[in-house]
Design a protein around this ligand. Structure first.
Ligand code: HEC
Length: 221
């Protein structure tokens, strides 16, 4: 849906006025009947608009919808591209490369991302981090963590990993083992499966179209 709020508001007012005028034929605009009709009609029209917008938002925010990548995005390359019209960075989904050397089916991908979400809840990552802006401000926002060039530039050679996902997984399993800044991330004792699933969750999340949040992330223009 590509209508802005102005178009929707103007259309709703126009429709309300027309229906009110039709229902109030013969009644003067100062009459009680005209204003009662105007009130009932505008309430009904706005209720219909609200219902329509709710369904539209639900469709856009469903995985596989307009804004949220399907679970299988974990099999693909993900990047960010500057959209000069909107003036923010949009995720671009590239070719299929697999995830840890395997192409996940929609159901397997769903199960893995789901386990990742349960794992981050079990370790309360939001006690320190934010996801999509929600959480605490002790540590960096993780919405686009997967796209941080840090993984390939520094962590891959440091941990001796062969791939981006392996670098992230190895690091997540024992952050204190590697040099950190002033604020530190503890070892959260993630099992192999949990760490793989967390990487899948973070990768999937990085492909969500967030209207450019967080602003000025990285240098992907
Ligand atoms: C006690 C606070 C704390 C908790 C809990 C925590 N982290 Fe962190 N995390 C940090 C800090 C601090 C850093 C930054 C380390 C640095 O700058 O060297 C960090 C960095 C990271 C990074 C690197 C971000 C980047 O791109 O630079 C990732 C990814 C990450 N954490 C994931 C997680 C996940 C997933 C969880 C939950 C399983 C978690 N963290 C729980 C404190 C925490």
């Amino acid at each position: 849906m590509d209508y802005g709020w102005i178009e929707i508001a103007v259309a709703a007012i126009f429709v309300s006025v027309v229906i009110t005028l039709v229902l109030s034929r013969g009644a003067g605009w100062l009459s009680w009947r005209f204003w009662r009709n105007a009130m009932v009609v505008s309430s009904v029209v706005m209720f219909a608009v609200l219902l329509w917008l709710s369904f539209d938002s639900a469709a856009q925010t469903r995985p596989g919808g307009e804004r949220i990548a399907p679970w299988t995005v974990i099999n693909h390359e993900i990047g960010l591209k500057w959209n000069p019209e909107k003036r923010w960075q949009e995720p671009v989904i590239g070719q299929e490369t697999g995830f840890f050397g395997k192409v996940y089916s929609p159901d397997e991908a769903y199960q893995l991302v789901r386990l990742g979400k349960l794992t981050l809840q079990s370790r309360n990552c939001m006690e320190c981090h934010t996801f999509l802006g929600n959480g605490a401000y002790y540590a960096p926002d993780l919405t686009r963590a997967w796209l941080d060039p840090w993984w390939e530039e520094r962590i891959m050679p440091m941990v001796g990993a062969e791939s981006h996902e392996e670098a992230m997984k190895t690091w997540l399993q024992n952050p204190p083992q590697y040099p950190q800044g002033k604020r530190r991330m503890p070892n959260l004792h993630l099992s192999d499966e949990e760490a793989t699933a967390l990487v899948a969750f973070l990768k999937w999340m990085s492909a969500i179209d967030t209207n450019g949040f967080p602003a000025h992330f990285g240098d992907y223009k």
